[in-house]
Design a binder for this molecule. Structure first.
Ligand code: HEC
Length: 159
């Protein structure tokens, strides 16, 4: 009787401890892959570059000191119609938030990204890095005119 009780205790302990150990192991494995992924993401983040003007019809661009409020308002309307499927003004959605865009990109680069995204995503170093950062989701060419792109750029100054 004593012997079989001891056997039972050993059996229970074995069963109770067995799976626990494995759980811990898989948890540790998960943690390291998450860490590795985070590391990879940090490396792949598109760098700030305000010198690069990009590839497209706009070769250089500088803003007036004052913001043109009417033009910015026009840009805001276009943004709501054509961009909010993927962009929010102030935070990441499918693409990056637009707030502070000119702290990280040249105005001409922003115009070319709006007017010529397909070529930019293939050939421009910054755009290629962004594409990687955003999991290869392609920014669409919306066939905007230069005037519309200019209005959007003015709107981005107000964010
Ligand atoms: C189908 C989704 C989609 C639409 C619609 C879209 N974009 Fe994008 N946009 C993206 C993605 C995704 C990126 C990041 C680069 C990439 O992966 O293509 C991006 C990048 C950008 C960038 C560069 C941001 C940075 O941080 O450097 C600008 C500027 C931009 N978009 C402006 C616009 C404007 C303006 C519109 C509307 C006319 C628009 N986008 C419409 C998906 C979209």
């Amino acid at each position: 009787m004593k012997k079989s009780l001891a056997f039972l205790v050993v059996l229970v302990v074995t069963i109770a401890c067995g799976p626990k150990k494995e759980k811990k192991k898989s948890f540790e494995y998960k943690r390291t892959t998450t860490e590795k992924k985070a590391e990879k993401k940090a490396i792949e983040k598109a760098p700030v570059n305000v010198e690069n003007v990009g590839i497209g019809p706009i070769k250089s661009m500088a803003f007036d000191t004052n913001i043109d409020a009417a033009l910015a308002e026009e840009g805001s309307t276009i943004f709501k119609q054509k961009c909010t499927a993927c962009h929010m003004p102030d935070r990441k959605l499918i693409g990056p938030g637009m707030k502070g865009i000119f702290d990280r990109r040249n105005p001409a680069w922003v115009m070319n990204m709006i007017l010529n995204p397909t070529e930019m995503l293939q050939k421009d170093e910054t755009a290629v890095a962004l594409l990687k950062e955003y999991n290869n989701v392609m920014m669409l060419n919306q066939n905007l005119s230069q005037e519309e792109a200019r209005a959007l750029a003015e709107y981005f100054r107000t964010l």
